[in-house]
Design a protein around this ligand. Structure first.
Ligand code: TA6
Length: 302
């Protein structure tokens, strides 16, 4: 049965054995199992903390949370009453339709419109659609944002990001193609309390120490590899990527982070953070990522 829907989640199954599970809560993907071209055995590719809450009372610590309309703490007047990373990951989305169901894969669409709880803290009209597609070795997620205002000049300004928790050994994982890109290092602040702007010198970025980096003008094409496995991340219309791992320094302070969980994931998060997207009334914006399970091996040199 390629698509099974229960009260609070959707299960996608591919004829060749891969699968994905997403909660209607936050449209959060909480499992993606896939093999590679070389080894078809499906393996869990996402990290979800064993302490994660999945009952809809708080954002899931792991999987692929959807970040919208703000990344991090709100910094825009429209977002001042929102929590960190906005509301999309904390609202119940509606199962809208099956987009595709054939031998190539399965795809479903979830939607989110202003609810009473959203409108109490965010006044801009919008329509969101989240489209998830499962293929044999790939998982793609698209976020469609529509400015539903009918008032010319009513601009929707937002940030959007896929907060991917990739299951990987933080001691050995490397992320490629960021060399010479500028990034904000959020682990170090200036006297004014702002993140330090740096230039990446490494061909393979590691997360062996506490890492919280927001890359500018990012390539949108990343290989996340370690000795035993890897994920290729291809994004579209997402000019930033965040690399995050709290290590014990910050991870031990996260209440729903399992003991030592920081050793078992790296967050590689394609997004549109800087500048804000500015969407005119009636217009649509789409941000997409395609995750592909690949074989391991040191393609990147540290
Ligand atoms: O994407 C990295 C980050 O912004 C980190 O600064 C850290 O706060 C992480 O997101 C997790 O945020 P959360 O609100 O899910 O605890």
């Amino acid at each position: 049965m390629p698509i099974e829907q229960s009260e609070n989640k959707v299960l996608l199954s591919h004829p060749k054995g891969s699968s994905a599970e997403l909660l209607l809560y936050g449209a959060t993907v909480v499992s993606w199992k896939a093999g590679t071209e070389r080894d078809s055995t499906p393996v869990e590719r996402l990290f979800v903390s064993s302490k994660a809450v999945q009952d809809g009372t708080k954002p899931v610590r792991g999987g692929i949370p959807v970040v919208f309309p703000c990344f991090g703490l709100p910094s825009h007047p429209d977002h001042v009453r929102l929590d960190q990373h906005g509301f999309a990951r904390k609202e119940i989305w509606k199962f809208d339709e099956v987009v595709m169901d054939n031998a190539a894969g399965v795809s479903v669409r979830l939607t989110l419109e202003p609810t009473t709880s959203i409108s109490a803290k965010y006044e801009k009209p919008f329509h969101l659609a989240f489209v998830i597609t499962l293929a044999e070795h790939q998982l793609s997620t698209d976020l469609h944002v529509k400015n539903t205002s009918t008032s010319p000049g009513d601009i929707l300004e937002f940030q959007a990001l896929f907060h991917n928790y990739i299951s990987a050994p933080s001691s050995g994982v490397l992320i490629s193609s960021l060399q010479n890109r500028q990034y904000l290092d959020k682990t170090e602040s200036t006297e004014q309390g702002r993140a330090q702007l740096k230039t990446e010198t490494r061909s393979g970025v590691d997360v062996r120490s506490y890492t919280d980096s927001v890359y500018q003008d990012a390539p949108q094409d990343y290989e996340v590899t370690w000795a035993e496995g890897g994920i290729h991340v291809k994004s579209t219309n997402l000019p930033n990527v965040v690399i995050w791992n709290p290590q014990q320094e910050a991870g031990a302070k996260i209440g729903d982070m399992e003991e030592g969980g920081w050793e078992r994931f790296v967050c590689v998060e394609p997004g549109h953070i800087r500048p804000f997207v500015k969407l005119e009334s009636g217009k649509r914006w789409i941000g997409q990522q395609v995750l592909t399970a690949i074989n391991g091996g040191r393609k990147n040199q540290p």
